[in-house]
Design a protein around this ligand. Sequence first.
Ligand code: AQP
Length: 343
Amino acid sequence: MTAAPASKFKPRVFSGIQPTNHLQLGNYLGAVKRFVELQEKGVETIYCIVDLHAITVWQDPQDLRRATRELTAGYIAAGLDPERSILFNQSQVPGHAQLAWIFNCVARVGWMNRMTQFKDKAGKNAENASLGLYAYPSLMAADILLYHATHVPVGEDQKQHLELTRDIAAKFNHDFGVDFFPLTEPVIEGAGTRVMSLRDGTRKMSKSDPSDASRINLTDDADTIARKFRKAKTDSEPLPESLAGLKDRPEARNLVNIYAALADTTPEAVIAEFAGKGFGVFKPALADLAVARLSPIAEEMKRLMADPAGIDRILGEGAERANAIAQPILDATYDIVGLIRSR
Ligand code: AQP
């Protein structure tokens, strides 16, 4: 983690995940595992369940409630401690939506038009996408800047949105002649920053991919994990002697990266161990490693999910703590913009 350029801001980490479907391995390796590492470093950490982002595409209300609690359980089961990190769902802190509106008036339509995630998610029928999906990056900037967060751990796919967050902060500071919002640094590090689909090494692993076989869900049992890795698309060559030999082999490269991220090592070290071995050897080793790492998390999630009221309590307490940081920053923002607060 490098220091944010705007050094008047004390280090504060913020990130979030959408409560859609089930947590998948890419979310875990690209985001949640990093969240835990930053918590363990002793930095102030705020982790959100971004339910307002989730509803930018249709969510069944029952499923949304289930996914919100399940994601909270996933955070805690993976090692986030509600005492040391602030854990809450976005909609319980009204400042996210309020600051997002201000940023809707700062960000330019042309900036939004360049966002590749909108193009991917809206697909061919962009005219029919929700206005919320289009404005998603502006809400994401509000999530981060509402806390004056200096660092945001995310997967590679969020890099463009983080750049936009910096653009919004810089334009706000410039327009109003202040040095109020920090230029937040993305934290995108390690072998798990871009986990790809198990069915297509050119597409990222995603919660919403229609094919369940394309991803490992954190709720999958050991047999399902082993089967999905066994059936993962690969070529017929053995693993090469060096990383360069994986250049045009996206599926093989993906499995090596996943192994490295799960084992807390580098892809180079994985290649050194498995060079010359075929997937008949590598896939079972990968499945065993994944089961060893993920099964305890799945077990703990199950235990936590048995007490939904307990999860809701954690979210409520987290929201209070989050709001205590957010409200003064929102009030100051309103003041800078010229909006009167008379109570
Ligand atoms: N495949 C991935 N590899 C590494 N990191 C990933 N992330 C997502 N997929 C991968 C990271 O997980 C965090 C939370 O993502 P999100 O739920 O807010 O939205 P997303 O990026 O759109 O993730 P999904 O799984 O693809 O969700 P859906 O299908 O609902 O849109 C982010 O830090 C992201 O980088």
